[in-house]
Ligand binder design. Structure first.
Ligand code: ZN
Length: 169
């Protein structure tokens, strides 16, 4: 690969990450674009059989089929240690422990995400549209984001616990 081809590849990766954080409450757009140029997330694409081999049936239903776990079933609800919450599908860190808060909903909840690592899309499964979010690397579904979270973002990322793995620091 020569220098020109290398540049074209890098530009393509950057474009692929541009949909990041569509509902972000952050005004610092220029800074985000600069960071994305330096830190593009490389996509992980696996076949259905490969995902089924990698995930439990419950994880597959959530991450690859946009399922929702029953509330109060995840032990991560009560996880209060310092550390990182990573995607159970591909290990990409999605949330820091300092973003976690007690929402009282029965699902692990966060008011922010690790920059560039979470992407959103509109979800019209219910009558009122919701904003779905997923891992920027593997595309695995994690939950929905609502605008009733605490400061400083005002956002509530309502996450399926089974889609996460906690890595204590
Ligand atoms: Zn992932």
């Amino acid at each position: 690969m020569n220098r020109r081809q290398l540049f074209k590849t890098a530009a393509g990766l950057t474009a692929a990450t541009m949909s990041y954080k569509l509902i972000s409450a952050d005004n610092d757009t220029m800074q985000q674009e600069t960071d994305m140029t330096n830190n593009p997330i490389e996509k992980l694409t696996l076949s259905k059989a490969e995902w089924q081999a990698r995930l439990t049936p419950e994880q597959y239903q959530i991450l690859r089929k946009e399922g929702t776990e029953r509330p109060w079933t995840s032990e991560l609800n009560d996880e209060k240690r310092q550390g990182i919450f990573a995607c159970a599908g591909c290990d990409l860190p999605l949330f820091k422990s300092e973003y976690k808060f007690d929402s009282g909903t029965g699902w692990p909840s966060f008011f922010d995400t690790i920059e560039n690592h979470v992407e959103t899309k509109r979800d019209f499964k219910l009558v009122l549209p919701r904003t779905e979010y997923h891992c920027a690397r593997c595309g695995g579904h994690h939950g929905h984001v609502f605008k009733d979270g605490p400061e400083p973002t005002g956002l509530r990322y309502c996450n399926n616990g089974i889609a996460l793995k906690f890595i204590p620091s």
